[in-house]
Design a binder for this molecule. Structure first.
Ligand SMILES: [Zn+2]
Length: 243
C-alpha cells in the first residue's frame, strides 16, 4: 500500500499513555492541575524519559494536556469537555466536511440564546470577569493569537455565564473554527471585528434584559457571519495551494 511508515514506538509509551489518560478521566488529575514532573513519572513507571515524553506528546495531541513553557511550565490537564469537542469540530472543518455556512447558521441560532440566558443568569459574581473581558479588547495586542483571544473572550465569558456547559463547549468550538480562518487568511482582524463591538450586548446582559441581549447578539453576528463565510472561500483556496 505504501501509505504509512512502520511504527517504532514501543508498547511502553502506549501503556503509560493509557494509565495517565485513565488517571485524568477518573479525576485523579483535575483540569487545570499540573502533571507530575518527567523525573517523577520516569521513577514511578520505571521507564526511560523518552517513553514518558512520547506518552505526554500523545496526551497533548489527543487534547488531554496542554504544555506550558517558562516559569511554572509543564504539562497541564486541559478542560476535557471543552477542548475535546472543539478539536473534533475543528477536524471536521479542516477536512472540509463541515462548512462555515453550516457553522454560521448554528452560531446565529445559538449565540443569541446564550446571550439571553446570560442576561437571565447574570449576577454580581460575573461582573468583574465580563468588564475585564470588555476592557481587554482595547489593550494593545502582543500577537495575532493574542488579538483573537482578546476580541473573542466576551463570547466565551457570556457562554460561561449562561450556565450551560454544553452551550459553552459549542460556542468555544465555533470560535476555534473562526480563529482558524482568521489566523490563516485575515491580515487585520480589526476590520472584521474590532474592539468595543460587544458593548450593547454586555449592557443588555448586565441590566438583565434578556430579549435585548438576544437581539443585540444577533445584530452583532449578522455582518460578521456574511464576511466569515466569504473568507472561508479564501481559506479553502489557501489550504489547497499550501497542501
Ligand atoms: Zn464578537
Amino acid at each position: 500500500m505504501g501509505y504509512f511508515t512502520p511504527i517504532k514506538t514501543s508498547r511502553a509509551s502506549e501503556d503509560v499513555f493509557l494509565q495517565l489518560k485513565a488517571a485524568i478521566l477518573s479525576g485523579k488529575f483535575k483540569p487545570g492541575s499540573k502533571l507530575p514532573s518527567e523525573r517523577e513519572l520516569t521513577a514511578e513507571f520505571q521507564v526511560s524519559r523518552g517513553v514518558i515524553r512520547e506518552a505526554i506528546r500523545m496526551l497533548e495531541l489527543s487534547g488531554f494536556l496542554a504544555i506550558r513553557q517558562g516559569h511554572g511550565g509543564g504539562a497541564y490537564v486541559t478542560d476535557l469537555t471543552l477542548s475535546h469537542v472543539g478539536n473534533a469540530f475543528l477536524d471536521l472543518f479542516q477536512t472540509n466536511t463541515l462548512s462555515m455556512t453550516e457553522v454560521s447558521q448554528v452560531r446565529l441560532f445559538i449565540e443569541p440564546e446564550v446571550a439571553r440566558l446570560a442576561a437571565l443568569n447574570f449576577n454580581a459574581t460575573h461582573l468583574k470577569r465580563l468588564d475585564e473581558a470588555e476592557a481587554n479588547e482595547h489593550v494593545a495586542f502582543k500577537s495575532a493569537p493574542d488579538q483573537i483571544a482578546r476580541l473573542t473572550n466576551v463570547h466565551k465569558v457570556l457562554a460561561h455565564i449562561c450556565g450551560n456547559l454544553f452551550f459553552e463547549a459549542i460556542v468555544r468550538s465555533m470560535l476555534k473554527i473562526t480563529a482558524e480562518i482568521v489566523m490563516t487568511v485575515v491580515p487585520d482582524l480589526d476590520i472584521l471585528h474590532g474592539p468595543g463591538e460587544h458593548h450593547a450586548v454586555i449592557e443588555a446582559v448586565k441590566s438583565g434584559d434578556a430579549s435585548r441581549a438576544a437581539t443585540e447578539m444577533a445584530l452583532h453576528l449578522k455582518t460578521f457571519s456574511i464576511e466569515i463565510v466569504e473568507l472561508e472561500k479564501v481559506y479553502r483556496r489557501h489550504m489547497m495551494q499550501a497542501g
